[in-house]
Design a protein around this ligand. Structure first.
Ligand SMILES: *Cc1c(COP(=O)(O)O)cnc(C)c1O
Length: 419
């Protein structure tokens, strides 16, 4: 089925919701087993069913199944935010003494999480350039458990060299995790190019109107065979003491074990579960995602073309112009609503940000309303100058999340602010 159909139907059968066309919100913390035997069977995974909403919930199930269908993956796990998705995806693979390899071009929150906070959990990060991953080979050692990158990066809007990253990772049997938030599953599917795990901040385009936080993790259909007998991931191949000696790889015929372990241990113990209300709102967002992303992308291309020809603009970063990978692999060469541009310095950038009337000064992306951000003073202000240089964020860089308003009005707004 095509994505537009999956986005409106996958994972829900109205016969299980009293015929309700809208996916019902199941606001319940826990579920009645009816008998001790049923309860025991559910805990032992002999029968599947709801136990407690920290683990599963019927509304959340629909969101997870729909996202897995849209990314053409094996299974999905929803989390309370995108940050929670990144943390969970990584700690499902890595522990004390391990390392992960992280792209330098990633979201500011992901940088602080993966290079600072996670270090205190005993997991070290090494940095690579996702556009030119030539040094990735030399960074992988026996304790490397994951390679993390963004397909379209926020805020540089650089395009990862997915094919090269996957090729190198496969040589060493290391799992790759791609953050596909900016591209959305409508424009691009990393799993089809051999990426092992995809994560999203659903708070952005999927929510669509800046309403709800949420995240999601989706595994590749071939991840079971990659984990089986892979010496990098003994905790999938040896008894899990925290789950009565369960060996995940014994279950590969019936379960996707990467997401199973994530649910049975990370969600169970860390509790970064999503609210059924937020899952409901994200399902509404998915129903219109394809038409919104097309319009965001068309508007952004018009705005990018205007900026490219403006004398005060030094550079425009928008992969919708001429990026080969986007042209070949992204739906109709569309490149999302995100773009960034550089003006001469910090003060000029601030003045432009303060002068726009339709663009709101907000640190978010993917809203139907247009947004303008000055990363050096906000999202990336916790990074030092070295880190800023490394991630390619210049003091005069301005990021736009182009919304669903009229492109003509947005261009007029920027034209006046650039005067
Ligand atoms: C916003 C964002 C995140 C973090 O997601 P939250 O839902 O805000 O926690 C992660 N990655 C990217 C690319 C983002 O834009």
């Amino acid at each position: 089925m095509q994505k537009e159909t999956l986005a409106t139907h996958a994972g829900y059968d109205s016969k299980f919701g009293h015929g309700s066309m809208a996916v019902p919100i199941y606001f319940s913390t826990a579920y009645d087993f009816g008998s001790a035997e049923v309860a025991a069977d559910r805990f032992a995974l002999r029968s599947l069913g709801q136990i407690y909403s920290r683990l599963t919930n019927p509304t959340v199930d629909v969101f997870e199944a729909r996202m897995a269908a849209l990314e053409d993956g094996a299974a999905g796990i929803a989390t309370s935010s995108g940050q929670a998705a990144i943390f969970s995806a990584v700690v499902n693979l890595a522990g004390v003494g391990d390392n992960i390899i992280v792209a330098e071009q990633i979201y500011g929150g992901a940088t602080t999480l993966l290079t600072h906070t996670i270090k205190r959990f005993g997991i070290k990060a090494k940095i690579f350039d996702s556009q030119n991953p030539s040094n990735l080979d030399g960074l992988i050692d026996e304790n490397t458990k994951a390679i993390f990158f963004e397909t379209l990066s926020n805020p540089q809007i650089s395009v990862a060299n997915v094919d090269e990253i996957v090729k190198i990772a496969q040589k060493y049997n290391v799992i790759t995790i791609a953050d596909n938030t900016v591209a959305t599953p409508i424009l691009y599917n990393p799993l089809k190019d051999g990426v092992d795990v995809v994560i999203h901040s659903a708070s952005k385009y999927i929510s669509g109107q800046g309403l709800s936080l949420g995240g999601v993790i989706i595994s590749n259909k071939n991840l079971n065979s990659k984990l089986k007998s892979n010496p990098r991931y003994p905790h999938f191949n040896e008894p899990d003491e925290s789950y009565h000696g369960l060996v995940y790889t014994d279950l590969i015929d019936n379960f996707d074990i990467y997401t199973l372990r994530l649910r049975l241990t990370v969600l169970r113990d860390i509790g970064v579960s999503i609210s059924p209300f937020n899952a409901f709102q994200l399902i509404q967002g998915l129903e219109t995602l394809s038409i919104r992303v097309e319009k965001h992308s068309q508007n952004a291309l018009k705005v990018a073309n205007f900026l490219k020809n403006h004398p005060k603009v030094k550079k425009v970063n928008y992969p919708g112009f001429d990026n080969r990978f986007v042209k070949d692999k992204f739906k109709d060469g569309l490149a999302s609503g995100l773009l960034s541009f550089e003006v001469s310095d910090f003060e000029s950038a601030k003045k432009i940000v303060n002068s726009t009337k339709i663009f709101s000064v907000v640190v978010n992306i993917g809203d139907s309303k247009s947004i303008i951000t000055h990363p050096a003073s906000t999202t990336h202000s916790q990074l030092n100058q070295d880190e800023l240089d490394r991630v390619g964020i210049n003091q005069g860089l301005i990021r736009l999340s182009v919304g669903l308003e009229s492109a003509d009005d947005l261009i007029a707004d920027l034209e006046a602010a650039l005067k």
